[in-house]
Each structure stands twice: as C-alpha cells, then as structure tokens.
Design a protein around this ligand. Structure first.
Ligand code: PLP
Length: 379
C-alpha cells in the first residue's frame, strides 16, 4: 500500500467544478489584481472574520506577510526579537532582513512551541518583540507569552503560517499581539495554487501600513510614496481559488482531526512520544508529529512499506551558516536539537483513507515491537 504524505491533487479533484468556474470567471473578467478586483478584498474579509479580527491584508506569501508585519511594527536595526530556532527558516530570515537581531529561545518538547521560561531568560534591554511560531496546528503558550509581553512592554508578532483558524479558549490567532502572518503555501491547511499569504490584525495603523508596504510604500495618493516597500499582492485568481477551498477548510480539518485521534489512540503505550494538545487549544493538525530515539530506523522501515513521512525540521536554524551569528538565550537550545533528532511527521492529510491510517499505525506497532523487545532482537 502506498501512503503519500500530501495529496494536493485530491483537493482539486474534490472541488474541480467550483474551482474551474471561480477561476475562469476571474479570467473572463479581465481584472487580475487587487486594484479593482473583488475576489481579494472579499477573501481578506472572510479570513479576518474567521479569526475575529478587523483587518486582513493579502500578500504574496507567508514570508512576505512576516516581513511586512515586522516593518509595519517598526522592528529594525538594534532591536532584538525572540523567536524559536526549531521552525521554518522564514520566521528568522525575515527578522534578520529588517536589520534586527534574532535571539533564539528553546521549545517545549511536548508541543514543539516556545517555552515561556526560555523566552523570559532571553529578554535584554534591547528586546523589542517576541515572535512565537504556532507550530504544527496549535497555538504556542499564548497565555504565558502575552503576560510576559505585557509585563516587559514587548510587542508580539505571531507566525501563524501553520495555524489558520487556531484558537486558545476560543480566541483565534491574530488577537494576541500586533498582528499575525498566515501562509497559503500549497501544502498548508488552506493552500493556494502556488504562493499566498496574509497579515491579520486588529490594529488600524498596522493595517494601513501593511497595505501601503505591499505596493511599494505608496500612500493614499497614487504614485506618492511614504516608505520603502515591496511588490507583494495576492492575485485575483489565487484569491478566487482560495475562497473555494476555504469553504471546505472546516471539513478538511475535521478529517485531519479524525486521523489524529486514530493515531493518538493506536500509538499510545508503545514507547513513542505523542504530540500534546495544550489546555484550551484547538488543534488543526497541520502536522502529526511523534518523537522516537530510533527515528531514522523507524522512518526507513515505514519507507520500505510504502509509507511517506517527513522530518520537520531536520536541523534547527541556529546551525545553518547565515544564522551562526544569531544570539542564543541563556537556556540554550538543547530541546530544539533533541526535537530535530527525534521528530517524525506522519501523513495526516484530509484525503487519506481510514485504511491507510490503520496501515500506518499497524506498521509502526510492528516496528516498535521489535525495537523495544530485549537487546539484540533487531539483529
Ligand atoms: C510556511 C511557513 C512560513 C512561510 O510561508 P510561505 O508562504 O511559504 O512563504 C513561515 N513560517 C512557518 C512556520 C511556515 O511553516
């Protein structure tokens, strides 16, 4: 049996009539970009409503959403921004691009998100902001992080690229700081036919600034510029495509949740670390991540059975050459390193059949039986 890690084509196949019609309507309208288009502003409103925030500003990618949000928040040279090293590179890359310093704090190994004690320890007089990453489909410890930010007068910028629709006590990402960055990259829970992203915020000034930054820093008047900006629009075709998929996001997340529950039950008590859902959080299962000290052997075993897995992320950011000079907080990054050595992401996408999920759990159980039996049993 072949079990693929993603199945993007199956998403299209499920919706092809609606997608074709929405996309062709844009093509026929002759209006392809934000100015004059109606798909993009409607999509922005729908995503803002989904998160209970005032503004959505659609841009070209999640990375651009972070980059533009950092600029709008006034982060720049001399500032320190605390962020995890156990993340996708864009969280850190965009901080450095502003001229600010990234300061790495460690993660909690049960949630893979920032450990509040490690954040606290990393604060210096130059700290301007915390940039938590809501990894794998649930929010970081937003209660502790908002408390730290309030006590120490720091900004919070949320990397919500993997956390569309994620909530804590019913309050969604986008409401915990100055703004959040969403990604619509193909493989995300809501994926475009290519790249896309959005900043969501309740802050009128930030929203205005982001709207200006995405078109070269243009002010209210056309061809008058207030700041250095970017070219980062979301195309009308992408917005139309994404709006169709948005109508299925709940249903697709429910299917992910069903697979995740199956994994949580079938894989408990066999010597693996299972992912933890923090109290008050919903989990949208962008990834289902287990940990095993025998991760590489387990991964090869599953591959031999036709089961695709992934490693997010194999090497934390602080080990890559452009990031060797980033600062590391006093608690060190041992959990980030351990997470990278032990993590294995299992297929959890909405178009997996229950049979396949069962096959994955049986195959893992088969491996574990050999792996945890007395020494020498594996050869
Ligand atoms: C995907 C992702 C990004 C960047 O989004 P793109 O749309 O690919 O530019 C940023 N941060 C995290 C945690 C991501 O997973």
């Amino acid at each position: 049996m072949k079990v693929s890690f993603y199945d993007i084509k199956a998403q299209y196949d499920e919706l092809h009539d609606e997608i074709d019609s929405a996309v062709l309507q844009v093509m026929a309208s002759g209006v392809y970009t934000i100015s004059g288009g109606k798909e993009c502003p409607t999509f922005e409103q729908e995503i803002a409503d989904l998160h209970g925030v005032k503004h959505g500003i659609a841009v070209n990618s999640g990375t651009d959403a972070l980059r533009i949000l950092l600029d709008a928040a006034g982060i720049g040279p001399g500032d320190e921004v605390i962020t995890p090293s156990f993340t996708f590179v864009a969280s850190v890359e965009t901080i450095l691009q502003t001229g600010a310093h990234a300061v790495f704090a460690d993660i909690n190994l049960e949630t893979f998100c920032l450990d509040p004690a490690s954040i606290e320890a990393a604060i210096t007089p130059r700290t301007k902001a915390i940039l938590p990453v809501h990894l794998f489909g649930q929010l970081a410890d937003v209660e502790a992080i908002t408390k730290i930010a309030k006590d120490r007068s720091l900004l919070i910028l949320e990397d919500a690229a993997q956390a569309i629709g994620c909530t804590h006590d019913g309050i969604a990402t986008g409401n915990y700081g100055i703004g959040a960055a969403l990604s619509f990259y193909v493989t995300k829970n809501l994926g475009a036919a290519g790249d896309g992203g959005m900043i969501i915020t309740n802050n009128d000034e930030i929203a205005l600034s982001c709207r200006s930054l995405r078109v070269h820093g243009m002010g209210r008047e056309r061809y008058y510029y207030d700041q250095l900006g970017f070219t980062s629009r979301l195309d009308e075709v992408q917005a139309a495509y994404l709006r169709v998929k948005l109508s299925r996001l709940d249903e697709w997340n429910r299917r992910r949740g069903r697979h995740a529950n199956h994994y949580l039950q079938a894989l408990s008590g066999i010597g693996l670390q299972l992912p933890k859902i923090s109290a008050g959080n919903n989990h949208t299962w962008h990834q289902f991540s287990i940990r095993s000290p025998q991760r590489d052997e387990l991964r090869s075993f599953l591959a031999s059975k036709g089961i695709d897995t992934m490693i997010y992320y194999p090497v934390p950011i602080h080990h890559h050459s452009p990031y060797l000079n980033c600062l590391i907080g006093p608690t060190g990054l041992s959990n980030s390193d351990q997470g990278s050595r032990e993590i294995l992401n299992l297929p959890v996408h909405p178009h997996l059949s229950d049979d396949k999920v069962q096959f994955v759990t049986e195959s893992i159980a088969e491996f574990q039986k050999k792996a945890v039996s007395p020494a020498g049993a594996r050869g």
